[in-house]
Design a protein around this ligand. Structure first.
Ligand SMILES: Nc1ncnc2c1ncn2[C@@H]1O[C@H](COP(=O)(O)OP(=O)(O)OP(=O)(O)O)[C@@H](O)[C@H]1O
Ligand SMILES: [Mg+2]
Length: 533
């Protein structure tokens, strides 16, 4: 089967890859800066050396041969002038407690050398990271990566006065969310790829110097729980649904701001062993396989209902691939429910694969390919799928992959599914070719003025194929003659119906009837349950 799913980016509306690549290159210098080990560690830890603080407060301590702590205690006994909140806020119990020190030169306020072994002076460091990262709060709790925590957006962030001073940094850090939960194979370039944050990188360049090395800690270690907590307190931006008009009440920052083209995906959730799929569903059996997906019949562990869950076969590593994949669910979600459309429930990324939870259908029509469809059934099928097509065309969406494989039956109701090629009729989104066997001539010539009529041709071709009981050609003279309007007779079908099919497969899209017009056709008079709209 020839399937030419070549993305066609039209009118320069889709974001060119080159731009993304350029942004990625832009991000590199920020990562390279502050590469001095000592400066780097100091910056990332944002040290506050108590000793230097104490030496400021108690300048005579060294001269008197006392450690700053001793001097502090002495002075406090005398007049309390050095009474500082240090005692009110001792180092946490799991950290080594300050030891009495022999007289020594006072430590400098300059950053520590990251590769030096820990010395006593280090023990007095109050690092912001010690107090604010999840290593301190939840040392080894992989659960922090569990995205099922409903309240994850409301987890209070430990106080972090310096880092939280610039709110725009939150948007930047969202990138840690997308891949930061992977337990292995961590790579700096993968984790922090601010491809879409061009403007933020410029604006926040100082902060980048602070943040980025934090993922490059000594010995290549980066705490997964640290990354996970950052993800929890800073969820990724929302993804705009191109099939819907954005609600003006929703602030642009929800989508990451005007300059932010990043999608709010968290594709690596599940990479750490936690699986939303396994947690929420019991897998019963595999029920289908397409070019891009594998589909399972599953039982929801909580509501006890059966569903179909479709999982992308390929791991979607980059933003472009993920954007393309989510178009399917965005289209289904924008449409809402209709009896003749496979119902969509939810979707999520797990281990860089897209999962889509849908209504479970009994079968798809391709299974009966060798058993010709009876004319009465074909009439019913045509009517019902036209109801579905009318609904989606009314929403400004074209399916572009109507074919028997993508038509399902459930309890005697036909439903259109697989919105993987769906696009906007006004052709403002990228266009992908559907299955060439059902594709009208104008699509082969890259003419996209009447995308709703593409669906009409494909539905006519699908019904023609099902009634005849022989597969349509992928190419060759028969393929060409069908696109010239030369259609063979359909045995046993009324001429009215045959003419309707023929008009649906007219080479000129303008002459093809719309879904609404088909629904009004008198051939359906007996079938009509409700008057045509
Ligand atoms: N909701 C569903 N209920 C029952 N079976 C389903 C459902 N969705 C898909 N299937 C089965 O899984 C198969 C593949 O699904 P689907 O066509 O959506 O995947 P795909 O990879 O997008 O395929 P394609 O190659 O057509 O693009 C279908 O042909 C069908 O047999
Ligand atoms: Mg399909």
């Amino acid at each position: 089967m020839l399937r030419t799913k070549t993305p066609r980016l039209r009118g320069g509306k889709a974001r060119p890859r080159a731009a993304a690549a350029a942004s990625a290159v832009k991000a590199k210098p920020a990562a390279a800066e502050g590469s001095s080990p000592s400066g780097e560690l100091s910056l990332q830890l944002e040290h506050v050396s108590l000793i230097s603080f104490l030496s400021d407060r108690c300048p005579g301590a060294a001269a008197a041969g006392l450690t700053p702590f001793e001097a502090l205690l002495e002075e406090e006994e005398e007049d309390g002038s050095c009474a500082v909140p240090v005692q009110a806020r001792p180092p946490p119990p799991h950290l080594p407690q300050p030891q009495p020190q022999p007289p020594a030169p006072l430590p400098q306020a300059s950053p520590m050398d990251a590769d030096e072994p820990m010395e006593e002076k280090d023990l007095c460091i109050l690092s912001q990271d010690f107090f604010c990262t999840p290593d301190y709060i939840t040392p080894e709790m992989p659960q922090v990566a569990n995205e099922f925590d409903d309240d994850k957006e409301n987890i209070p962030c430990p106080k972090s006065p310096e880092k939280s001073s610039n709110p725009r940094s939150k948007r930047y850090r969202t990138d840690c969310s997308s891949k930061g939960l992977e337990s292995t194979g961590f790579s700096f370039d993968q984790e922090i790829t601010p491809v879409q944050f061009d403007s933020l990188i410029q604006d926040d360049s100082e902060e980048e110097k602070l943040l980025q090395p934090a993922f490059y800690k000594r010995g290549g270690y980066v705490s997964q729980s640290a990354v996970a907590l950052r993800c929890r307190v800073m969820p990724p931006p929302c993804v705009k649904n191109p099939y819907l008009n954005t609600d003006p009440c929703i602030d642009d920052t929800v989508y990451g701001g005007r300059q932010c083209n990043s999608a709010g995906f968290s594709p690596s959730i599940g990479g750490n062993g936690l699986s939303r799929y396994r947690t929420d569903f019991h897998e019963i059996e595999k029920i289908g396989h397409g070019n891009f997906s594998v589909v399972f019949k599953v039982l929801n562990r909580i509501d006890g209902c059966l569903y179909a869950v479709k999982r992308s076969i390929k791991q979607l590593h980059n933003d472009m691939e993920r954007r393309q994949a989510v178009k399917e669910v965005q289209a289904m979600a924008a449409l809402g429910s209709h009896e003749n459309i496979v119902r969509y429930f939810t979707s999520w990324f797990e281990n860089e694969q897209l999962y889509i939870q849908m209504e479970l259908c009994d079968r798809c029509l391709s299974m009966n390919r060798n058993q010709p469809l009876k004319c009465g059934d074909a009439l019913e099928l045509l009517y019902q799928i036209c109801e579905g097509l009318d609904f989606i065309h009314e929403h400004g969406i074209a399916h572009l992959d109507v074919k028997p494989d993508n038509i399902y039956a459930r309890n005697g109701i036909y439903k259109l599914g697989d919105f993987g090629c769906a696009t906007l009729i006004n052709s403002s989104l990228a266009i992908e070719d559907g299955d060439s066997r059902y594709m009208p001539p104008e699509m082969l010539n890259d003419k996209y003025e009447h995308l709703d009529k593409v669906d009409i041709f494909s539905l006519g071709a699908a019904i023609y194929e099902l009634i005849r009981g022989t597969p349509l050609p992928e190419s060759g003279p028969h393929f060409t003659s069908i696109r010239e309007g030369k259609i063979a007779l359909l045995p046993g079908c009324p001429m009215q119906f045959q003419n309707l099919i023929k008009s649906m497969m007219d080479p000129d899209p303008v002459r093809r009837p719309s879904a609404k017009e088909i629904l009004r056709h008198h051939v359906f008079e007996k079938l009509r349950k409700v008057p045509a709209k």
